[in-house]
Design a protein around this ligand. Structure first.
Ligand SMILES: CC(C)(COP(=O)(O)OP(=O)(O)OC[C@H]1O[C@@H](n2cnc3c(N)ncnc32)[C@H](O)[C@@H]1OP(=O)(O)O)[C@@H](O)C(=O)NCCC(=O)NCCS
Length: 163
């Protein structure tokens, strides 16, 4: 069973996607293509090769802009300027019937790889993610993200540490 992660395009069926979170469904359905057109963020979808229009899951990446070094975990802020350039995993979701089959991990690892490639071209020190709740924050710490000391639902990783 082959799977691919592709840049969102007109062929993908946005309307049928349901991950159980209305905000993440609505964003994909109403905003993702506009963002793509305006270069505000980039969305990538996971599909099964035998059913290429059905979205199993998606993630979106965006520039986070300059982030205050002061907010970073202690061991990450050494020898850095006052602000650091960063990217953000703005959204990550898997459709309800496909959750807990490893697709979230597949999407997250792909997003990290894309961020590493982007960083090798234009710089960018950190990848951030804003977890919706403490349970999801645990999901990200599983993949080496570290919570900000004063904001446990915001997590980051050094892009240089992405394998
Ligand atoms: C969070 C989400 C993307 C995970 O996707 P998934 O395909 O179900 O996850 P996977 O099957 O790849 O699981 C990977 C690992 O994360 C763990 N995990 C999965 N969902 C988790 C959650 N909500 N909280 C904590 N850990 C979680 C799994 O147990 C697994 O760990 P293991 O390998 O040790 O068993 C998915 O549940 C989802 O889309 N939820 C609704 C939307 C959402 O909340 N998105 C996140 C916004 S911050």
């Amino acid at each position: 069973m082959g799977f691919s992660i592709l840049s969102l395009d007109q062929s993908h069926d946005l309307k049928s996607f349901n991950c159980g979170n209305i905000a993440l469904n609505t964003w994909l359905q109403n905003t993702s293509r506009q963002h793509q057109k305006k270069n505000l963020s980039r969305t990538f979808v996971l599909i099964q090769d035998s059913s290429p229009t059905t979205i199993i899951g998606y993630y979106s990446l965006a520039i986070r802009g300059l982030t205050l070094t002061e907010a970073l975990p202690q061991n990450m802020k050494k020898t850095l300027p006052l602000n650091v350039p960063a990217m953000t995993l703005a959204r990550l979701a898997v459709s309800l019937q496909e959750q807990k089959k490893g697709h979230g991990e597949r999407l997250l690892l792909d997003a990290m790889e894309q961020v590493k490639t982007a960083s090798s071209l234009i710089g960018g020190s950190f990848l951030f993610v804003d977890a919706k709740d403490t349970n999801l924050a645990k999901f990200y710490t599983h993949y080496e993200f570290v919570a900000l000391p004063d904001d446990p639902l915001t997590l980051c990783m050094l892009i240089a540490n992405i394998p």
